[in-house]
Write a protein that binds this ligand. Sequence first.
Ligand SMILES: Nc1ncnc2c1ncn2[C@@H]1O[C@H](COP(=O)(O)OP(=O)(O)OP(=O)(O)O)[C@@H](O)[C@H]1O
Ligand SMILES: [Mg+2]
Length: 517
Amino acid sequence: MSLRSRILLGTVLIILSCSISIGLFSWHFANRAILQDMRVSIGVSLLHLAQTHADDIRQRRESSLWGALNGLAANQRGAEYAFVMDAAGSIVAHTDIGKVGTMSGLAPVDLVAAQGSEAGFIEQDQRRVFYQAVSEKAAEAKGEEFLFGERDNARRAVGWVVLALSKRDIERIPQRIFAAIFMIVLANLAVFSALAWLFSGRIAAPLRELARAIRYLNEKGVTGTASRLKVDSSDELGLVARAFNKMADDLYGAWRRIEDQNQTLEIKVEERTRKLKEAQAMLAQAEKLSAVGQLAAGVAHEINNPLGIILGFSQSLLRRIESRDGMAMPLQSIEREALRCKSLVENLLIFSRTQNADKKEVVELNSMLGSAVLLLKSQTKIKNVDIVLQLCPESVNVEANRTQVQQILINLGSNAIDAMPKGGTLTIRTLLSKARPGFAEVQVQDTGEGISADARSHIFEPFFTTKEVGKGTGLGLSLVYEIVQKHKGGIEFDSVLGQGTTFVVYLPIVRAAQAGD
Ligand SMILES: Nc1ncnc2c1ncn2[C@@H]1O[C@H](COP(=O)(O)OP(=O)(O)OP(=O)(O)O)[C@@H](O)[C@H]1O
Ligand SMILES: [Mg+2]
């Protein structure tokens, strides 16, 4: 059952029980008051008759009593009959003349005299029969004393004056009172039920709204504004609504804080995972490079001498024979391939030397790169590549091995030129790093073919190359990687297929004080 119906039912029950008890009380007292009033007024009339007709009663003058009795009955509303009887109960006079001389049926001993002017009465079927004693004193007509006679007057009664009233007529007045009370109860019931209905609506509506907001909160969470209540009263319901809204706001705040913390945690976890992967990759790379370095030192040493002999003899033979000689072509091939081997051996030697921590010095980055740029320029001219230099205006000191850093620029620059067979732009930049404060950046950007997704994870591996056999050793980037590691720097690249690639090398900046050491 809804709260509203319960309030309504409770109100109806309270009003009903109050109205009924008040009604019964009023009914009871009204009845008593009416009866009392009748006893007094009828008592006075009966006494008056007894007084004025005392002699007639004593003398049993029926005819004069008859007129008086008729007058009495006519004056009293609801009167059925009236009579006078003697002390023995025999009727002396009666409004119905036929009853004169008969016994009244009322035993005088049962009739107790009432107080003063009040008439006594007995209930008989459909009538209420009032009676009043006619005392000796009344018969003697002694005024006051007679009117307000004493209790023992009855014992000395010489007769009785009796008036019977129809109960139906008597009860008409209390019935009207009852009807009036009933109407008042009904009206009260209607008015208070309507008030209770309106009032309960004012209580139930905010409670229903509260229940809806709680359900919304459960289902949709605290983010939506629909989980807040409208506050338009300052009573207890308004207080509840305000408290609920505050609770929802607090929940929302807590939820936001948890969300933020979650995000921060996720970012931290991602960052750590990335660093871990980088460290693993670096470790794997370092292991490979160290193996290659050891191998390179041995192989380079073993190959260098026979290679010198092959190159020396082939070149001296070439000088001795005519260019038209049939041996010229094979000898040129021998020389070209021997030169290629020489370059491979040189690369391997640089590689192995890099691993043996070459001497470093504090140098100015821009000036150090100058000679490497010159070397690149000679290549770009042939390959139809524009070279753009964007050096930072500040003087940036780094602690570096001059030859090795130049090697970085030459290797990255050569790769960039190779990636632009149809020409393009090679941009070389130096700048103070914003991404890694305290580092200088050397950027080498081309507008070439880009690096394929497959190649990306392998480009720093030794001997990984996508170039034709004889055109690349696959050692260029692994050498750059090795040098960068030796300088406590870093290397990253960004490449878009068909648009170009940018390599960024980070080198730690040396502060002025350190530079002066
Ligand atoms: N700027 C670039 N654009 C496109 N691909 C590149 C670029 N730089 C490197 N690569 C790719 O990375 C591979 C490895 O480069 P790396 O310099 O190590 O060897 P290489 O250039 O092939 O040989 P070497 O350097 O000995 O001549 C290249 O073969 C090429 O596929
Ligand atoms: Mg290369």
